[in-house]
Design a protein around this ligand. Structure first.
Ligand code: PLP
Length: 388
């Protein structure tokens, strides 16, 4: 399907290939390998002379349908599906970098991404310099002769800082580096990084693409040229997406537009209400006019997304009181679910960072992060009001 279709159409139609049985809903191909009609056909498939499936670590028809659909939504030439969001990031860096290369990354990254950069790929001779998510000049200043990759996530977790994708992509291009954007929080429904100048898009499909908290998966998207080595790494090493999970994600994509619009609308309503609460010191939500980068967010994203953070007056004690007085909200660090989630960032997702570094990053002891689900906003408000 071409890009001339609207996103909601692509989300339900793109990538579908029917088998000989003419099924309407996409088939789930639970098979590890594929058979050939002859020895000659097997040989032609293995040397790449004839396209077709060989083994599900290489390709699987259900996974391919998911890849084609997500690629259409992101406007990417190619999508490579992975077992999780983290294996997408691993495949990206292992695919495009070599020993001696340098990464410039936003300091406001998902915790496991920081671990991957600091403790795993560093062992293989790739160094990372961290810079502000929001101050564009810091990206330029951190560039070295061997810088090959810029990596960011916007909006960031939990403070919803916005990185200017277009401005940072200009710097990346000028120094010959690729810009990779983790688009997990927005999904292609709210933000399309490639159209803004990024080279690579990363997804944790575990979050909004599934949308119902069931399975893990991820994806790397970009040009055929950039995806060649990413796919090569994956095909050889094996953290590929399972066919079952791809089938779940195909169903998830079909409702993604409806869900993202609802997550955003609910979040804006909740954030506006939180701002009016006397015991709330500050609310962080890109859709609020009070957000320091509201204008950039509204230019770069279709709407604010589903993550709202707020600071309760009274520090950790007060924040824990709000969390412990909820009856409905799920106390969990996950997000992108139909069910609203609540967590205390300083003692969970950011607990391993030193208190000084945490404060420097703006994550105070009173900070609470809400992953706004699809319940009625009034019920979420009532659940929070008890502890506030
Ligand atoms: C969850 C998450 C990841 C990692 O994804 P997994 O599917 O858990 O491996 C990466 N980036 C962001 C922004 C995330 O929220």
């Amino acid at each position: 399907m071409t890009e001339s279709y609207q996103p909601e159409t692509l989300a339900v139609r793109a990538g579908t290939v029917r088998s000989q049985f003419g099924e309407h809903s996409e088939a789930l191909f639970l098979t590890s390998s594929f058979v050939f009609e002859s020895a000659a056909q097997a040989a032609a498939r293995f040397i790449g002379e004839e396209p077709g499936n060989i083994y599900s670590r290489f390709t699987n028809p259900t996974v391919t349908m998911f890849e084609e659909r997500l690629a259409a939504l992101e406007g990417a030439e190619q999508c490579v599906a992975t077992a999780s969001g983290m294996s997408a990031i691993l495949a990206c860096v292992m695919g495009v970098l070599k020993a001696g290369d340098h990464i410039v990354a936003s300091v406001s990254l998902f915790g496991s991404t920081v671990n991957l950069f600091n403790n795993v790929i560093k062992k293989f001779g790739v160094e990372t310099t961290y810079v502000s998510a929001t101050i564009v000049a810091e990206w330029q200043a951190a560039v070295r002769a061997n810088t090959r990759l810029f990596f960011l996530e916007t909006p960031s977790n939990p403070l919803t800082e916005i990185s200017d994708i277009a401005a940072i992509s200009v710097i990346a291009k000028s120094c010959g580096a690729l810009l990779a954007v983790d688009n997990c929080f927005c999904t292609p429904i709210l933000q399309r990084p490639l159209a803004l100048g990024a080279d690579i898009v990363i997804h944790s499909a575990t979050k909004y693409i599934d949308g119902q908290g069931r399975v893990l998966g991820g994806a790397v998207l970009g040009s055929r040229k950039n995806m060649e080595s990413v796919y090569g790494f994956l095909r050889t090493t094996g953290p590929t997406m399972s066919a079952f999970n791809a089938w779940i994600f195909l169903k998830g994509l079909e409702t993604l537009k409806l869900r993202m619009d609802a997550h955003s609308a609910g979040s804006l309503e909740l954030a506006t209400w939180l701002e009016a609460q006397p015991n709330v010191a500050r609310v962080f939500y890109p859709g609020l006019p009070s957000h320091p980068q509201h204008e950039l967010a509204m230019r770069q994203q279709k709407s604010g997304g589903g993550i709202v953070a707020f600071e309760v007056k009274g520090g950790k004690e007060a924040a824990w009181r709000v969390i412990d007085n909820t009856k409905m909200l799920s106390i969990t660090a996950n997000l992108g679910d139909t069910r609203t989630t609540i967590c205390h960032s300083a003692s969970t997702t950011h607990a391993r960072i030193s208190p000084e570094a945490r404060l420097a990053a703006g994550i105070s002891d009173g900070l609470i992060r809400i992953g706004v689900g699809l319940e009625a906003v009034i019920d979420i408000q009532n659940d929070l009001a008890r502890g506030l």
